[in-house]
Ligand binder design. Structure first.
Ligand code: UD1
Length: 422
């Protein structure tokens, strides 16, 4: 299996480019199931998760082709199947988001339950309540969810929690339903907004985009076309941590500031001065001058759970005791024992973590337990004394486009090696 061998302590310098947002590209790719036609999607990140979803779409009867590294052409000439099987869905929970668009197209769907996941139970009850409200009869057997509707009818749906996936699935199921759907307590993440903007670009009638009340007036037909995916705010946040640790020599290109508001506000509270020039963003404030802070992950516009692990790596090098409360996912502290193997002093109790600052990370052999946890370990390793091996980097490949190439360009000593077992 692939692992990273990282020799820390090299000084990093240069500009790092932000790719397209994985979490916007995935639901937008799913949305090509809604209507027949040809789609051109630009700024799609070249990631394992995108390949996995492309396979799911191909199994359903779509043709997916790379026109260049970051441009996908998707042709929908009708679906061959309405079934997304376990072997594909189990590898990536986000593929459950094909359910809404298949229902919109065919008024029925059969999709495997995503199953357990490293960062918590992650049920799909909110998705299913939404489909039911739109007129689907839902049955669950043998690990599959089956939906059947005589007709999809607009409805008022109030989500118990602003789930990103449920909002996306319900919006897509509703775009061609009869009448008006009002979705309250909807997720307002920029990726949800991007999906809605994509659907509107095809002629969907959606208002309240970017707010917690989304109104969808069903239309008979949509007109596929071309769309450019927004930049990845989580990738940007990850690399801003690198910027701080490199004393501002690493600059980040292409981030959208508003998408990073709560993250940047926390950095400012720590004492960081955010510098911007045209499309570049960087932070020169010395780590010694930063203060500990308390962070609570929340739905957007709160602090994103997907930047929690990277923030913890930063906090480890800040004097005093910082605190993180994870409220979105249970069991999302799996990077803690790994960071502690690298000399961090982090204690956890339930969904809270206390991070006591240390002067430096030690090198060690560590394991990536999920995508963002993996990123936090790579950052720690880049600034550790000596050689660190990060195993299970297939998690990192799911969400960071050619990470080692980008880091090598900055002067990092990082290479992909093969290791036995894990
Ligand atoms: C998406 C992102 C993920 C991010 C998360 C929160 C994608 C592909 N993934 O995941 O990177 O960390 O948003 O910003 O976009 N829940 C339920 N019932 C449901 C649905 C969700 O209880 O039907 C719970 C989940 O278990 C979890 C919480 O709601 O505890 C948040 O989940 P959700 O917002 O749905 O996240 P995802 O869409 O899975």
């Amino acid at each position: 299996m692939d692992a990273y061998r990282i020799v820390g302590g090299k000084s990093l310098e240069g500009v790092i480019e932000i790719g397209g947002a994985k979490n916007a590209a995935l639901p937008i790719l799913c949305a090509t199931l809604v209507e027949k036609g040809t789609y051109i999607l630009k700024n799609v990140p070249a990631l394992k998760d995108i390949k996995t979803l492309s396979k799911v779409l191909e199994k359903l009867g779509l043709q997916v082709e790379n026109l260049d590294k970051n441009t996908l052409k998707v042709v929908n000439t009708g679906l061959d199947s309405v079934e997304a099987t376990y072997d594909l869905v189990k590898t990536m929970r986000a593929s459950f988001t094909v359910m809404g668009p298949i229902i919109a197209h065919e008024k029925k769907a059969k999709v495997s339950l995503p199953g357990g996941c490293a960062i918590g139970a992650r049920p799909v009850d909110l998705h299913l309540k939404g489909f039911e409200a739109l007129g689907c009869e839902i049955q669950i057997h043998h690990g599959y969810v089956e939906a059947n509707a005589k007709e999809l009818k607009g409805a008022r749906i109030v989500l118990d929690f602003p789930s990103v996936g449920a909002t996306e699935n319900i919006v897509m199921a509703a775009v061609k339903a009869k009448g008006t759907t009002v979705l309250e307590n909807a997720a307002i993440e920029p990726e949800v907004e991007d999906l809605c903007n994509f659907l509107v670009s095809m002629g969907a009638k959606i208002t309240g985009i970017g707010t917690s009340k989304i109104t969808i007036e069903g239309v008979e037909k949509l007109t596929p076309g071309e769309y450019t995916i927004i930049p990845d705010r989580i990738e940007a946040g990850t690399y801003l941590v690198l910027s701080i640790l490199s004393k501002g020599k690493v600059k980040v290109r292409g981030a959208i500031r508003e998408h990073l508001d709560s993250f940047l506000a926390k950095l400012e509270e720590m004492g960081c001065e955010i510098k911007e020039d045209k499309d570049l963003m960087w932070i020169e404030t010395a780590i010694e001058n930063l203060k500990p802070v308390r962070v609570k992950t929340l739905p957007h516009p709160g602090f994103p759970t997907d930047l929690q692990a990277q923030m913890m790596t930063l906090m480890t090098l800040v004097g005093g005791t910082s605190e993180i409360k994870e409220t979105i996912f249970e069991n999302r502290f799996m990077h803690v024992p790994e960071l502690n193997r690298m000399g961090a002093k982090i204690k956890t109790d339930g969904n809270s973590a206390w991070i006591e600052g240390v002067k430096q990370f030690d090198s060690a052999e560590v394991m990536a337990s999920d995508l963002r946890a993996g990123a936090s370990l790579v950052i720690a390793a880049l600034f550790a004394e000596g050689e660190t091996i990060v195993t299970r980097i297939y998690h990192i490949d799911r969400g960071y486009e050619i990470l080692e190439d980008k880091l090598i360009k900055l002067g990092a000593h990082i290479e992909r090696i093969k290791v036995e077992g894990v």
